[in-house]
Design a binder for this molecule. Structure first.
Ligand code: SF4
Ligand code: SF4
Length: 345
């Protein structure tokens, strides 16, 4: 069923809904961006529909709702470990189609990667109901069509914003019941992006090579050398990515009593120096070019080999955020070109 709402009517539903749901959506943090006058658009809790930034791509992804930047796993009290608690409400999460696919990549990493599901991820993930933004034009750096992440039916509600009203299509009966009395009948069906401003030729699909053949040809290839000079190891490409899931774990001791504290996990990045250091001091991938190549192969070859779909969903945020204008999509194209170039005897 589809319904049309005025902002006022929707806010009445939101007011009722916030007792059961945290409503999480892209919001504007004024002055919180890269430069002093820039805003940051990132995920936060909303109580009114006017707070939702629907007509710009968020700088950060919805991943921070289900895999928070800093997450307390458990508290330590002398010889006791006490599991951390979370807000018990369900989560109504506004997401674009590419980010819905991105969440499935996080599911791979946290719930299908070995024999154990990650308890701390799952307890948040299980609460999520997806509100899909209609996204039918994309932005400059998007390449979702190349990654086949431009469309999805995996949502509870689809939503189209306009200046004066909001259309919603419900695929979840519980949510439909919560909204129904406030809306007017509508014929709304979400549209999807059919074409981006550019196409990315993917390494395996274009070259026809098997994953190990790609790794054999690309590891050590000089095409990555330029990034030794250009990359400044800031990790912005990974923190903005909806599918990067590297983290580090550390214990925090409270200063009043060293036997009381908490264990936290905090986002980290395969791009930053030291991330792959091992006990004993051995370090993998000391060069920046090696780390960027590692990330590319993980996003475009290795994850697909294991889970049957690429980890990258083509959102273009890493290209948007890199202070050195390093373009991941361009790096992918160069990799594909290197794999398909004719070798002369
Ligand atoms: S955002 Fe750019 S400069 Fe920063 S780590 Fe990523 S590639 Fe390097
Ligand atoms: S690698 Fe870049 S384009 Fe791909 S999902 Fe991550 S941020 Fe988006």
């Amino acid at each position: 069923m589809s319904l049309l709402f005025s902002f006022q009517d929707l806010n009445a539903v939101f007011e009722k809904l916030t007792r059961q749901y945290r409503i999480m959506a892209p919001i504007r943090i004024v002055g919180g961006g890269r430069f002093s006058d820039d805003d940051s658009i990132q995920y936060g809790e909303v109580t009114k529909i006017e707070e939702v930034v629907w007509d710009e791509k968020s700088h950060f992804s919805p991943k921070e709702v289900i895999a928070p930047i800093t997450q307390t796993l458990f508290h330590i009290s002398n010889d006791q470990l006490i599991t951390s608690t979370i807000d018990r409400r369900k989560i109504l999460l506004f997401m674009r189609p590419c980010d819905i696919h991105g969440m499935s990549r996080l599911d791979d990493m946290f719930m299908k990667n070995g024999d154990n599901e990650d308890f701390y991820y799952k307890r948040l993930r299980d609460r999520v109901k997806v509100v899909m933004f209609e996204c039918d034009s994309g932005w400059d750096n998007c390449f979702c069509v190349s990654m086949k992440t431009n469309k999805t039916e995996d949502y509870d509600v689809a939503v189209r914003f306009s200046e004066n009203d909001i259309s919603m299509k419900f695929q979840n009966e519980e949510l439909e019941a919560q909204f129904a009395e406030h809306g007017q009948p509508s014929e709304f069906e979400p549209n999807f992006v059919e074409e981006n401003s550019f196409t990315v030729d993917l390494p395996a699909e274009t070259s026809g090579l098997a994953p190990q053949q790609i790794r054999d040809k690309i590891i050590g290839h000089q095409l990555f050398d330029e990034y030794d000079r250009r990359c400044v190891e800031c990790g912005r490409c990974t923190t903005s990515c909806p599918t990067c899931s590297c983290y580090t774990v550390h214990d925090v001791k409270y200063s009043e009593n060293a036997k009381v504290g908490e264990r936290q996990r905090v986002w980290s990045s395969c791009i930053v120096p030291g991330f792959s250091d091992m006990a004993g001091g051995h370090s993998y991938r000391n060069r920046k070019s090696e780390r960027l190549r590692y990330r590319l192969l993980h996003k475009m070859v290795d994850h697909n080999e294991r889970f049957g779909h690429h980890m990258c969903v083509g959102c273009g945020r890493c290209d948007d955020r890199c202070p050195q204008y390093i373009s991941f999509s361009n790096m992918v194209m160069k990799t594909t070109a290197a794999l398909t170039e004719v070798e002369h005897a």
